[in-house]
Structure formats: structure tokens, C-alpha cells
Design a protein around this ligand. Structure first.
Ligand SMILES: Nc1ncnc2c1ncn2[C@@H]1O[C@H](COP(=O)(O)OP(=O)(O)OP(=O)(O)O)[C@@H](O)[C@H]1O
Ligand SMILES: [Mg+2]
Length: 254
């Protein structure tokens, strides 16, 4: 088994005349927390769209655990354990917090043989309910589990997104700005939730602009600038990289 969950090989994508992603080659190690940073418009979300099958690359390849999955649709990638959260949360707002959490679980009903064995199925359902309870507690959401997803606060929505990541138990979770837009007092709470996910040995690939906090949890950092990968390294190397400082001039990092 390869130690790399994800490999992108020379991925490019243009919109009209804009090279949103320009020959990006990178790898994400199994069990790591890997960060993807870069100024606004540098192509980070576009790269996540391509990895998660939301968009197709113009050229290049995507490998998940060494399998070439280039051009696979999102549901097929989800079945393979690629889970993605969006910059603007996509939840079922007409459903409750608990229902949203349960939705991410692949049911044994997906397997026609397992679905026939009612006893096995019931046990599975009970285990899932138990697990959901634990995860919602972990993220301080047990008080609101019956509430509609439209009734909870912005910070709770971010926490719910992370609870759904743990519940989905993916091979690779792509988190697009899991902290953006929350009030400052919630930032440490959400980072703590990320630390809890990390403790469980999950592989996380995270886009985030809050570099100070992100660098506390990241093992490895990739930096994009105008569609290209411009640097990579440990957080301590990245903070002292001159090219990175230049790209971020005037932003939160310098
Ligand atoms: N669907 C699209 N159609 C046209 N242009 C797009 C599309 N998606 C992205 N772009 C362009 O591609 C470039 C990269 O955008 P992208 O959203 O990937 O950046 P980003 O690094 O995620 O930025 P941010 O930090 O602001 O979220 C930008 O110039 C953007 O305008
Ligand atoms: Mg983005």
C-alpha cells in the first residue's frame, strides 16, 4: 500500500483565458494534515473541485491510493472515501442536525446481500446511532441535535460540517476553509475540533486563510500563487520562505 492517499500529476484547468490551476503536482500522505494556502483567486478551490470530481481537469491525472480516478464523478469518489466540504456549507437545511450527520454514512443497504440480513442491518444502524451521539457530543452539538440545520449558528454549522467528516470516516477529507466566517471566539473551538479529528488518524487536506492556527495542526504545507504551486514544506519552513511572504504581502501572514 502506498503511503500517499492523493497524488495530483500536472493538473491544469483554465476558465476562458484564466489559468486557474497550472500544472499542479502534489501528494498528500496517509494520516497527515496537509494544508493548501495561497491568496484569493490562486486556484485552491478549483484544485479541490478537480480532486473531488466536481470539475474536470483540462490535463493531468488524479490518483487516490494509487488508482487513477481522473474524471470520476463526485458520487464515485465519495464511494471511494473522498469526502469534501465546501467554502459555503452545503447541508440539508430542511433536516435536523442529527439527520445531516447520519446522511454521510454509507448504509449496508448499498450492498444488496447485506440488506437482506435484517439482524445485521439493525445492529449496524444501532452502532451508527451510538457513534453519531458520541461525535455530536465531541463537537458540543448534542444540545441541538433535534434542531433544524437552518436553526443553528454559523459556528455550529462549521462544527456540524466537521462532525459529518468524522461520521463519514473518509479515506481523504478535503476541507475548504473550515473556519472562515465564524466569530473570533469560535475559532479555537473549531481548531480544537480539527485536532480531535487529527488525533483519530484521519487524512485531512485543508484550505484555510488563518495561517497561524492552521500551522499549529498541519504536518505539511503547499502554497499556490496564480494557479501554480510555488512552495511546499513544513510550516516552519513556509513561514520563513521569501517567495511566500511576497505572495502574501499585505495579508494575514506578514
Ligand atoms: N467556474 C468558474 N468560472 C470561471 N472562472 C472561475 C471559476 N472558478 C474559478 N474561476 C477563476 O479561477 C481562479 C481561481 O479561483 P479559485 O476559486 O480556485 O481560487 P481560491 O484560491 O479558492 O480563492 P479564495 O481564497 O478566494 O477562495 C480565479 O481567477 C477565479 O475567478
Ligand atoms: Mg476558494
Amino acid at each position: 500500500m502506498s503511503e500517499w492517499v492523493l497524488e495530483t500529476q500536472s493538473i491544469s484547468k483554465s476558465y476562458g483565458g484564466v489559468k486557474a490551476v497550472d500544472q499542479v503536482t502534489l501528494r498528500v500522505k496517509k494520516g497527515s494534515v496537509t494544508a493548501l494556502i495561497g491568496p484569493n483567486g490562486s486556484g485552491k478551490s478549483t484544485l479541490f473541485n478537480i480532486i473531488s470530481g466536481v470539475d474536470k481537469p483540462d490535463s493531468g491525472r488524479i490518483l487516490i491510493s494509487e488508482k487513477d480516478v481522473t474524471g470520476y464523478p463526485p458520487h464515485k469518489l465519495f464511494q471511494m472515501g473522498v469526502y469534501r466540504t465546501f467554502q459555503n456549507p452545503r447541508l440539508f437545511f430542511g433536516m435536523s442536525v442529527l439527520e445531516n450527520t447520519l446522511l454521510t454514512v454509507k448504509s449496508p443497504g448499498d450492498n444488496p446481500l447485506a440488506a437482506l440480513l435484517a439482524s445485521k442491518w439493525l445492529k449496524h444502524e444501532l452502532n451508527i446511532a451510538e457513534q453519531a451521539k458520541e461525535i455530536l457530543e465531541m463537537f458540543s452539538l448534542s444540545e441541538v441535535y433535534k434542531n433544524g440545520a437552518s436553526e443553528i449558528s454559523g459556528g455550529q454549522i462549521k462544527l456540524l460540517q466537521l462532525a459529518m467528516v468524522l461520521m463519514a470516516n473518509p479515506r481523504l477529507a478535503l476541507l475548504d476553509e473550515p473556519i472562515a466566517g465564524v466569530s473570533p471566539h469560535l475559532v479555537p473551538i473549531i481548531f480544537n475540533a480539527l485536532l480531535r479529528i487529527r488525533e483519530q488518524g484521519k487524512t485531512l487536506f485543508i484550505i484555510e486563510h488563518r495561517l497561524h492556527e492552521l500551522f499549529e495542526v498541519a504536518d505539511w504545507v503547499y502554497v499556490m500563487g496564480r494557479g501554480k504551486l510555488i512552495a511546499s514544506g513544513k510550516p516552519s519552513d513556509i513561514v520563513s520562505n521569501d517567495m511566500v511572504k511576497e505572495e502574501y504581502l499585505g495579508s494575514s501572514m506578514v
